[in-house]
Design a protein around this ligand. Structure first.
Ligand code: GLU
Length: 462
């Protein structure tokens, strides 16, 4: 039987980084086995689900290069089928109408809590077969309450519970809408899912879902529950930690290759390999190598992977990825300057935001000078900069190496360190003291622009 897995996000917000990892693990599992990776949008919580969120989930999956097979299934389109299954269970005696009112149940719950017991529905309607006119009943499953249920989880191993821990769960609410528990099982069955790979916060649901499969006489798929992702403080990763969704990381300037390599390694390993290409990941991925304990998000590690992938990327593709962060239209000249300067920029940037910041050197003269530049605005520095202007004017062709040599000679003649002059030039050209080689920048900007920037600096501090 060929593998069919699914990723089933609820479109109630942007895609959590843990869910992105669940999607990636499912995708790799499918591709590794030559099977199918399906999408199901679980949008039955109509108050919190939006089409914008669904759209943004599709987009971020595409950005992560996680493509799906077949048309995505929209769960809310399948309500009639979910109801049909519940009614069939009712007809064949595996489910029953329950007329207990909310008040009745709340009182029983309160009583259980007061006496220190955990609450479970006492099966009043299952035992009495009662019918109360004027009340719309819910449909409950006749859960098996003797014996055990064991899940042989591919990640967690064997997990067993005693069936007495399970409630007679509700399949259809009194307003006729199906519950999450029912919808998931019916959809997984109808989509012919062979392996359910999802976060381990769903492990307890699995025992209830198995009861529904059994009642329907359907094959139970295999399960693999992946541990959650925690923040550095050991709490479940959330917005409180700064960034928690895949969109957040995209907007912070991480490359999709870096983010997916990072989330792959977060909880899954292949020896000591850290840099893993998609092809290798497909070849090596198995659920058996997913760890059982939660993983902690480590931003420095992600940054270092990102800088690796930035160095690997072609300059053209980096420019394309940088443009959305530049937030202004750029001319052909600016574009070609950035491309020429890309090697110097990319070795200094760990994110695309940092790339864009450095690329701004090639777009316009600095709009202001960082406080750190003041140190290089003394009378002596200003005089040195005027000498540099003369050097630039007389160096033809205006290339990095001879420029550097002439400025070195100037430093020697004036008995100052080269770095003193270089920093003053850097401040003048960039408005800050971090940049690629200043001689490279002058070569790329050309005579006119370089001199005009240095003059602005001189006039500003003179
Ligand atoms: N929609 C559920 C969630 O987003 C996933 C359900 C499942 O994978 O079975 O947590």
């Amino acid at each position: 039987m060929s593998v069919r897995v699914r990723f089933a996000p609820s479109p109630t917000g942007s895609l959590h980084i843990g869910s992105a990892r669940t999607a990636l693990f499912n995708w790799l599992f499918a591709r590794h086995h030559g099977g199918k990776f399906l999408l199901r949008i679980e949008d039955t919580d109509s108050l919190r689900s939006t089409t914008e969120n669904t759209k943004s989930i599709f987009e971020i999956l595409k950005w992560l290069k996680i493509d799906w097979d077949e048309e995505p299934v929209i769960q809310s389109n399948r309500l009639e089928r979910h109801k049909e299954v519940a009614n069939n269970l009712l007809k064949n005696g595996a489910a029953y109408h329950c007329y207990c009112s909310q008040e009745e149940l709340a009182t029983k719950k309160e009583r259980a809590v007061k006496s220190g017991k955990s609450y479970q529905y006492d099966r009043t309607c299952r035992n009495s077969n009662r019918k109360i006119d004027g009340i719309n009943p819910v449909i409950r499953l006749k859960t098996e309450y003797s014996g055990n249920t064991t899940v042989d989880d591919i990640v967690q191993g064997e997990v067993t519970i005693h069936n007495s821990q399970l409630d007679d769960l509700i399949l259809l609410r009194s307003d006729g809408t199906p519950t999450y528990m029912l919808s998931v099982v019916v959809d997984d069955h109808d989509m012919e899912i062979t392996h359910v790979i999802r976060g381990d916060d769903h492990l307890t649901n699995t025992f209830k879902q198995i009861q529904i499969y059994n009642a329907c006489h359907w094959n139970v798929p295999k399960f693999g529950h992946i541990p959650l992702i925690y923040g550095p403080d050991g709490a479940k990763l959330s917005k409180r930690h700064g960034a928690a969704s895949a969109d957040d990381y995209r907007d912070l300037g991480y490359l999709p290759e870096a983010l997916s390599n990072y989330i792959l390694r977060l909880g899954w390993s292949h020896g000591d390999d850290e840099i893993i290409s998609r092809e290798q990941a497909i070849e090596w991925f198995t659920l058996e190598n997913v760890g059982k304990s939660p993983s902690r998000f480590d931003t420095p590690k992600l940054r270092s992977l990102n800088s690796h992938y930035i160095m690997e990327a072609s300059n053209e593709s980096l420019l394309e990825r940088t443009l959305p962060f530049i937030r202004c239209e750029i001319s052909e000249i600016q574009r070609s300057r950035i491309l020429r300067g890309m090697n110097g920029i990319k070795s200094r940037a760990k994110t695309v935001i940092e790339l864009a910041d450095l690329a701004s050197i090639y777009i316009a003269a600095p709009s202001n000078f960082d406080d750190s530049c003041t140190k290089y605005s003394t009378k002596q520095h200003i005089e040195l900069l005027l000498d540099v202007i003369s050097i630039i004017e007389s160096t033809t062709p205006l290339l990095e190496e001879p420029l550097c040599e002439y400025v070195k000679e100037l430093a020697k003649k004036k008995n100052v360190k080269l770095i003193e002059i270089a920093q003053a030039i850097r401040g003048a050209l960039c408005g800050k003291l971090v940049s690629p080689s200043v001689f490279e920048i002058i070569e790329i900007l050309g005579m006119e622009e370089s001199i005009s920037r240095i003059k602005r600096f001189v006039d500003y501090f003179k």
